[in-house]
Design a protein around this ligand. Structure first.
Ligand code: BTN
Length: 226
């Protein structure tokens, strides 16, 4: 697999698009992004000290019905990486990783389908490693350095993440790190806000609530700690 390290790029996810025709897996990491992309069309703050990684992964024979496994594997690769450095990560469904109640990593995945199969995925992962937050962000974001009181070797964290990205995981492992299961959360869906207790993450990635409602990622915001 090809691995590239960049100093500055607009977005590592965008950068990988030029490799799609080559049909070879590629991982790229950047020291900073000038136009980091987040979920729901938001931007992603990507200053120096963080780790900005994207992987272009071609799937051999992944049915579209199992597309959610790409998200599970990416989340668990981050969780396993953070565990290696002594942190205690939690996953806020579907794919934010938290430490000490604050976001330490965001994941943005673009999947491409071919018929009823997933052809390839671009898996973008932004981990707060040695960067520090101030102002409003300090209340909601945290870095590995802030959580542990010491700096980390970015190249080493990158290689650990690359290794963990090559191993598959499963919904059971993912559920074990969930921060939303069996506790009351606030759900904002369109212009409706309600409280519920998620009881299960289904194999297709949907979240089951205590009243039986099934929620799909992307259609809502979920707040923990009412
Ligand atoms: C989110 O939490 O909103 C998702 C953030 C995803 C950020 C990563 S950083 C590497 C890759 N390149 C991007 O432009 N975005 C993802």
């Amino acid at each position: 697999m090809r691995i590239e390290k960049l100093k500055t790029v607009n977005s590592t996810n965008l950068y990988l698009e030029k490799f799609i025709k080559g049909r070879e897996d590629v991982i790229v990491c950047a020291e900073e992004q000038t136009a980091g992309m987040g979920t729901k069309g938001r931007s992603f703050v990507s200053q120096k000290g963080g780790l900005y990684v994207s992987k272009l992964a071609f799937h051999r024979n992944l049915p579209a019905s199992e597309i959610y496994s790409v998200n599970i594997n990416a989340c668990m690769a981050v969780v396993k990486t953070l565990l290696c450095y002594g942190l205690q990560p939690k996953i806020k469904w579907p794919n934010d990783v938290f430490v000490c109640g604050k976001k330490i990593c965001g994941i943005l995945i673009n999947n491409s389908l071919c018929g009823d199969k997933v052809d390839y995925s671009i898996i973008g992962i932004g981990v707060n490693v040695n960067n520090e937050f101030d102002g409003e962000l300090k209340n909601i974001a945290i870095s590995m350095r802030e959580a542990c009181g010491k700096s980390f070797d970015l190249d080493e964290v990158f290689m650990t993440l690359c290794t963990n990205l090559s191993f598959p995981s499963n919904i059971k492992e993912y559920a074990a790190f969930s921060s939303v299961l069996n506790r009351k959360v606030k759900i904002i869906r369109g212009n409706r806000t309600f409280e519920a207790v998620p009881t299960e993450i289904l194999p297709d990635g949907r979240l089951k609530l205590d009243d039986g409602t099934l929620l799909s990622a992307g259609e809502l915001d979920l707040k923990i700690g009412l």
